[in-house]
Write a protein that binds this ligand. Structure first.
Ligand SMILES: Cc1cc2nc3c(=O)[nH]c(=O)nc-3n(C[C@H](O)[C@H](O)[C@H](O)COP(=O)(O)OP(=O)(O)OC[C@H]3O[C@@H](n4cnc5c(N)ncnc54)[C@H](O)[C@@H]3O)c2cc1C
Length: 444
């Protein structure tokens, strides 16, 4: 590999020491690889010398997953940016891992296709990082997250051996599904060097609806009713009272109400009215105070702008947000929302909730001042109680952000000891010396 793509200087390495979790640990070196052979050559050397290796896309994950906590080498995939093939007849795209999600969507749109995973970070997160975290977004309620939209992978294991999994076909039944092992494995089993992604035709028509409810419980109950009928919205987002206050503070004029659902329905143009009516009928019920149907793209964009601005706007509430993305079966959402309200009062914390209600995936944001030891301590206890609540509702720790470092020690709450043992055994097969992203995902 060319020496200018192996970074050793402190200033160069610093940029690869942290991610969106705000944790930071310096690596000893960073390799800006441009092909799979370079990745394999480096991993072979690191395997021989037991050097820790952390794969890195764009460092946007929120869990510390790409922080090189054991030092060693960061392998950055940012320069592997080729869209190798788009095949609309067979409905797949072959890409290198450093392609940005947003760039792929831009290339697919003129061809009438899209790749369903749509994290809000799409313009600046990589496909490799998306796959490694099993990222999703609003569209997951209808089209699924990464694991549902992948056909095949090429990767390098912890010995530096290249391997491939899956097929170009939309169905196949040959052996173990290593592709889905790798998706969501957060760089602990192998480094993805090429991905074949499943493409979906763009719907011809879409309509957004804004529904306001008097009480949060009313909105949560409406989500369950909407999901219990046959028309699946392509987005079903929830915004709570605290989030609405932020939106209102930004000058958005909203009728009274303590909770909002932003629903988007897509269909063939001729079927759109019926599909929207089915969703609206299901939404009718106690506490629905206001309905706004967006009739053009500008109105739709305005509705979405408020939702997308929420995450950054939270920073105005407190110096730190602890952003959890717990998930429960949709029918248990009312209990989750009520339970979080109780926890906020019990621990005297400000908690703001919004997220992908159609998947039961709620971003529970604990707003704290980390310099206040009482608040920091309360947040730690509250998190513990939150995960216990979620598991008691048959949900789990993360819907899309993954485990990384932030939730690693909570894994035994969600996964029993025997199953964790199987996961550790799988890790050993892929990575016998444990050099791939050590200290992440699996509790020590
Ligand atoms: C403003 C904002 C909004 C966000 N919104 C969403 C959202 O709506 N939905 C959502 O799911 N997430 C969201 N995220 C989180 C984040 O963007 C995703 O987790 C994203 O998938 C990470 O991609 P990345 O390229 O930044 O990967 P990184 O953060 O660099 O890496 C993430 C993990 O993937 C591993 N990895 C990276 N590349 C590879 C590879 N080629 N092979 C193997 N392992 C690899 C890393 O080791 C690490 O474990 C958001 C983040 C921000 C900052």
């Amino acid at each position: 590999m060319q020496p200018e793509r192996l970074l050793l200087g402190t200033e160069d390495c610093l940029a690869y020491s942290y991610d969106n979790s705000k944790r930071s640990v310096m690596p000893q070196a960073v390799a800006l690889c441009v092909n799979a052979k370079e990745v394999a050559d480096l991993l072979r050397v690191c395997h021989e010398r037991a050097i820790p290796v952390t794969a890195r896309g764009r460092g946007t994950n929120t869990t510390g997953a790409s922080v090189p906590i054991a030092g060693g080498l960061v392998i950055s995939l940012e320069r592997m940016q080729r869209i190798i093939e788009i095949n609309t007849a067979d409905r797949y795209a072959v890409v290198e891992p450093g392609v940005l999600n947003g760039d792929l969507q831009a290339a697919l749109k003129p061809l009438g296709f899209f790749w369903p995973p749509d994290p809000t970070s799409a313009p600046f997160s990589s496909i490799g990082g998306n796959l490694a975290c099993n990222a999703g977004g609003p569209r997951a309620v209808k089209y699924g997250a990464c694991r549902d939209n992948i056909l095949a992978l090429q990767a390098v294991d912890g010995r530096g051996e290249r391997f491939s999994s899956g097929a170009l076909t939309s169905k196949h039944s040959v052996g173990y599904d290593l592709t889905r092992f790798l998706v969501g494995s957060e760089g602990t089993l192998g480094i993805i060097t090429q991905a074949t992604l499943k493409l979906v035709p763009l719907p011809t028509a879409k309509r957004a609806l804004r529904l306001l409810f008097a009480r949060i419980e009313d909105a949560a109950a409406a989500v369950a009713r909407i999901m219990a009928q046959p028309v699946t919205p392509c987005a079903l987002e929830f915004i709570d009272r605290e989030s609405l206050a932020l939106v209102r503070a930004r000058g958005v004029n909203l009728p009274a109400g303590d909770a909002l659902l932003l629903v988007e329905v897509d269909a063939e143009a001729s079927a759109l009215d019926a599909a929207c009516n089915a969703v609206l009928n299901a939404a009718q019920g106690p506490g629905l105070t206001d309905v706004l149907v967006a009739h053009d793209e500008t109105q739709t964009d305005t509705l979405w702008a408020a939702r997308k601005a929420l995450s950054p706007a939270l920073r105005s509430l407190a110096p730190k947000k602890i952003n959890e993305d717990v998930v429960v079966p949709v029918s248990r959402l009312p209990e989750l929302i009520a339970g979080v309200d109780v926890l906020a009062r019990q621990h005297a914390l400000r908690i703001v909730n919004f997220g992908h209600a159609g998947n039961g995936n709620i971003h529970v944001n604990l707003m704290i001042d980390p310099s206040d030891p009482v608040a920091a301590n309360a947040a730690a206890h509250c998190l513990d109680d939150l995960f216990a609540l979620v598991v008691s509702l048959h949900g789990t720790l993360s819907g899309e952000h993954g485990i990384g470092l932030a939730k690693r020690d909570y894994m035994p709450r969600a996964i029993d000891a025997h199953t964790l043992g199987l996961m550790r055994a799988i890790k050993t097969v892929f990575d016998p010396k444990g050099i791939l992203n050590p200290g992440k995902l699996l509790p020590l």
